[in-house]
Design a protein around this ligand. Structure first.
Ligand code: UD1
Ligand code: CA
Length: 459
């Protein structure tokens, strides 16, 4: 007996008020549908079919290998969507189990799917949740003996039904033949004029089939239909990620203010301070201290490095580095081990060699800085002439004086010095000092004379 999973993702998501298909909205760094498919990958499904409709090309493009897409056009309701998926999944044995999930419930875990499948043989099973605020859910109707006899959508509820506190979590397991027969009998005589999957539950109960439920926490069953619900789901997913990180030995000062995307790796022993956003494919090594207030996108922060009050994008920070406060590391920046990028420093597409320092107020672009070099305060690379970008090479152990303008293309040899305030547009040989300054003039008494003149005119 096989399991086949059907995930519904064809709806418009009108209540999101967004041009993006609802199931592609990210929560904690992963699209809603990605969370659902990842959880389902934890059960041993033979085939997984995602029903697509609105934004079908975009949604299909995001599907992982091995997941099939089925087009539902037009979208006539959740029951219609499952019918189309069943037609697509031909060759199903009548006794196979069909797992149905919605693409907008990112908090349902693999464990819930497994629990549902454990009780499925011989039953139709639905995930339910009891909550004092059942507003977003269809209501579960039970008879005097506590048996499930139907599900009524909120817009179709009588006042008594609306007051029921058990909601439909929207995950189901059915015997294939039972589901197919019930789907043939659903109708669209309801408030929305749609073919509801939920009506199959009443039809199956009427035919005497055993119906059962698996309970979930209301938060776990949360479906995302609006931006507000998206923010709630994201908050709980973040909590889960942070809890797992802390269990593994990561120190998190304030989990509510620490945002780690699903794909990020943080090694045990790292410390995350408040206001940290670790996004995309970022990685943080053991002993690193990140934050307060760091946004780090698709970047690596090596072990034992300190990065605080910084924006780091597609950059690679080695071990024992020192970054911040107020530093912008842009794509292509490589900080080798033990190097420093300090206050009000911007670095783009450049390598800072091991132990080299860019401590204050610099722009470094298209440059390579050798090991142990020091870049004085305010020194910058002038890499752009308004048309093209040019490289700057600074040798190992070089000492770039404060406020040096390095007009690229230009090379500074190993161990060379440049004088403070120089505009360096020619290569400097190793171990030389290069200066470019006008001679300093001295005019004794000038200041006093000006003061006296001005005093006279005031009198
Ligand atoms: C649905 C359930 C409700 C349950 C809630 C749980 C129905 C009729 N109602 O309501 O009982 O409490 O989920 O979250 O099933 N979709 C399609 N094709 C369609 C219509 C919808 O693929 O023609 C997809 C949507 O993209 C979405 C999912 O089905 O991912 C659920 O649709 P949605 O409109 O969000 O249903 P709810 O009103 O939340
Ligand atoms: Ca929904």
């Amino acid at each position: 007996m096989s399991i086949h999973a059907i995930v519904l993702a064809a709806g418009k998501g009108t209540r999101m008020r967004s041009t993006r298909p609802k199931v592609l909205h990210p929560a904690a760094g992963k699209p809603l549908l990605g969370w659902v498919l990842d959880a389902i990958s934890g059960v041993d499904a033979d085939r997984i079919a995602v029903v697509v409709g609105h934004g079908s090309d975009e949604v299909t493009a995001e599907l992982p290998d091995g997941v099939e897409s089925v087009l539902q056009e037009p979208q006539l309701g959740t029951g219609h969507a499952v019918r189309i998926a069943l037609e697509h999944l031909d060759g199903i044995d009548p006794n196979d189990t069909i797992l149905v999930a919605y693409g907008d419930t990112p908090l349902v875990s693999a464990q819930h799917y497994r629990r549902l499948l454990d009780v499925a043989p011989g039953h139709a099973v639905v995930l339910t949740t009891v909550t004092p605020t059942p507003e977003p859910f269809g209501r579960i109707i039970r008879d005097g003996e506590d048996r499930i006899v139907g599900i009524v959508e909120r817009d179709d509820c009588t006042p008594e039904q609306a007051a029921l506190t058990e909601g439909n979590g929207g995950i189901y397991a059915f015997r294939a033949a039972d589901l197919g027969e019930a789907l043939d009998r659903i109708e669209d005589h309801n408030a929305q004029g749609e073919l509801y999957l939920t009506d199959t539950v009443g039809i199956l109960a009427d035919s005497g089939l055993a119906m059962t439920s698996v309970a979930a926490d209301p938060i776990e069953a949360l479906g995302v239909n609006s931006q507000e619900e998206l923010s709630v789901a994201a908050r709980y997913l973040r909590r889960r990620i942070n809890r797992d990180l802390m269990e593994s030995g990561v120190v998190i000062d304030d989990p509510e203010r620490t945002h780690v995307d699903a794909g990020v790796v943080v090694d045990p022993g790292a410390v995350l301070r408040p206001g940290v956003y670790l996004r995309g494919s970022s990685r943080v090594g053991a002993g690193a201290q990140v934050g307060p207030d760091v946004t780090c996108i698709d970047s690596v922060i090596g072990s034992d490095s300190l990065v605080w009050y910084a924006v780091v994008r597609e950059a690679d920070i080695g071990s024992d580095c020192d970054v911040g406060p107020y530093t912008s590391l842009r794509p292509g920046t490589v900080l080798e081990d033990g190097s420093k990028a300090g206050s009000f420093v911007e670095i783009k597409k450049s390598t800072v060699g091991a132990g080299a320092k860019v401590p204050h107020l610099s722009y470094i672009g298209d440059a390579s800085i050798g090991a142990g070099a020091n870049i004085g305060a305010g020194a910058i690379t002038c890499n752009y002439d308004g048309f093209n970008k040019y490289p700057t090479e600074i040798g190992a152990g070089a000492n770039i004086g404060s406020d040096t303008m390095l007009v690229a293309p230009v090379k500074i040899g190993d161990g060379a010095f440049t004088g403070a305030g120089s505009v360096i547009s020619e290569d400097v040989e190793a171990d030389a000092l290069s200066l470019e300054r006008s001679p300093q003039k001295h005019i004794p008494g000038y200041a006093r004379k000006r003061r006296d003149e001005n005093k006279l005119s005031e009198d």
